[in-house]
Design a protein. Structure first.
Length: 199
């Protein structure tokens, strides 16, 4: 369903995020192809119709996330750093970027904060004791399909960051993100079933 792609493939996609997040290490990137039933569907429209999230985590993924946040709460991993507001990636936005964003930069979205949402790409970030991370979601229309891209960026915040990422990477890469990408396709199909028109 979804597949991990190389840095070169990902950076070949024309996205503003490549400039805004320049210098922030790309941890990995994923793509899922979506059937094209009509032209002109945007990421912003897809997210609006899908209750602001392309993902619908499976029960297994929800359990893993609850476990992760439980452990993170016990160990203090999720404490927001005191400089989180001043250290946001939103400081890299130009006035034009801010005017173009469909969502106010800094808007809370679950454990993430929105950096920006353009018509076809969105970057959200999380800042805590383990990482300063960013997640890119983008939708690109091709002549025959749509491609949904997921990019994960990780800026180390301490010596804990590499250890933490190494610890969660197997679960993230083999369970969490493949499941989330399957849910993108499920959401897409549901919203194109004739009752929830993605117009």
């Amino acid at each position: 369903m979804g597949a991990q792609i190389s840095r070169e493939q990902f950076e070949g996609v024309p996205l503003r995020a490549h400039e805004i997040l320049a210098g922030i290490p790309l941890h990995d990137a994923w793509v899922v192809d979506l059937p094209k039933t009509r032209d002109g569907v945007t990421l912003d429209r897809f997210l609006s119709v899908a209750d602001d999230s392309a993902f619908k985590p499976s029960p297994v993924v929800r359990l893993l996330l609850r476990l992760r946040f439980f452990v993170g709460g016990l160990l203090g991993w999720d404490r927001e750093q005191s400089n989180a507001t001043s250290n946001t990636f939103a400081t890299r936005l130009t006035p034009g970027d801010r005017a173009r964003s469909r969502v106010m930069p800094g808007t809370q979205k679950g454990p993430f904060r929105v950096v920006y949402r353009f018509e076809n790409e969105e970057v959200s970030e999380i800042v805590n004791s383990t990482v300063h991370g960013a997640m890119l979601n983008a939708l690109v229309e091709t002549p025959t399909a749509y491609r949904y891209y997921l990019g994960v960026y990780v800026q180390p915040v301490s010596r804990l960051t590499p250890l933490y990422m190494a610890m969660i990477d197997p679960v993230r890469r083999f369970i969490v993100y493949p499941s989330l990408l399957r849910s993108v396709r499920t959401n897409w199909d549901r919203l194109n079933d004739g009752r929830h028109e993605l117009r």
